[in-house]
Design a protein around this ligand. Structure first.
Ligand code: IPD
Ligand code: CA
Ligand code: CA
Length: 267
């Protein structure tokens, strides 16, 4: 049975409440694809509404805690030792296109350490949770990273830069793919970093790497992977994922192998 702390319980209730309207929206988005106006404003509203519901619910249950949230930025709390890190919709481009692969991501940080984490895909009703020291669960089933030891049987995931990113980001990504691809069973780009990390925790992906991420993309997923016995570092092998924005998550045998390959790529 999953150990659910009172704080994680509050986070789960908030995510379920904020997730419900997103399921309705997904149906509406299918219609909006073909409208002249397009779905962009609709999605911005969905992002803001989701974040508002999450902050309202979490503040009601834990008054004084601070927030770092994608839409609203930093909200200082009276309690300087706790803050929630929130991505209201991770995988916005998928959501915008009516693809049911996106998630609400919430991490609770206590004195600078992530202690509770949740990644919830409302479209599939998959709730990934982790509590520091108590393991990772998907809908109350315990998760473990994959046991694969060889890269040629491993399925990797990454994130690709897109329009608006600097040219050097695109070039570096292409070089990284060129170095890694030929040695693996495949590389996927699913479009939601929080779920990529949840999939590593679940042993579906053997490794995931990406650059240029924000703290809310990865804060919850890092704990999901670590509590599923996986290894998470930044792409220099350090622990600066939240500020530095790069990440590599994998199982114990494959982490050093992939890190070495990616470090060998000249920027
Ligand atoms: C994005 C997703 C995507 C990643 C991008 C993120 P958003 O978050 O996590 O997988 O490649 O870098 O910005 O914008 O959908 O919340
Ligand atoms: Ca995100
Ligand atoms: Ca987002």
């Amino acid at each position: 049975m999953a150990y659910i702390s009172p704080a994680l319980n509050v986070m789960m209730a908030a995510a379920r409440k904020a997730g419900k309207p997103l399921i309705r929206d997904l149906g509406e988005l299918e219609n909006l694809q073909v409208s002249m106006k397009g779905p962009a404003d609709f999605v911005t509203n969905a992002d803001q509404r989701t974040e508002k519901i999450l902050i309202e619910e979490l503040s009601r249950a834990r008054p004084g805690y601070g927030f770092l949230a994608e839409e609203g930025g930093t909200i200082e709390g009276k309690d300087r030792t706790h803050r929630f890190i929130i991505d209201p919709i991770d995988g916005t481009t998928n959501f915008l296109h009516g693809i049911p692969h996106f998630a609400i991501s919430i991490a609770l940080e206590r004195e600078g350490q992530i202690v509770s984490a949740l990644v919830y895909n409302p479209a599939t009703d998959d709730m990934y949770v982790a509590e520091k020291g108590h393991g990772t669960f998907l809908n109350s089933k315990r998760l473990r990273v994959a046991a694969r030891k060889t890269l040629n049987t491993a399925l990797l995931a990454t994130g690709l830069p897109f329009h608006g990113h600097a040219e050097e980001r695109h070039a570096r990504m292409q070089a990284e793919l060129g170095a890694v691809m030929p040695h693996t069973a495949g590389v996927r780009r699913y479009g939601a970093a929080s779920l990529d990390l949840a999939y590593v925790a679940a042993g579906r992906f053997d490794a995931f790497w990406e650059r240029g991420l924000a703290p809310w993309d990865v804060a919850a997923g890092i704990l999901l992977v670590r509590e599923a016995q996986g290894v998470v570092t930044d792409l220099d092998g350090g622990n600066n994922m939240l500020e530095g924005g790069s990440i590599l998550a994998a199982n114990d045998p494959l982490h050093p192998v992939v890190l070495k390959m990616l470090k060998g790529v000249k920027p």
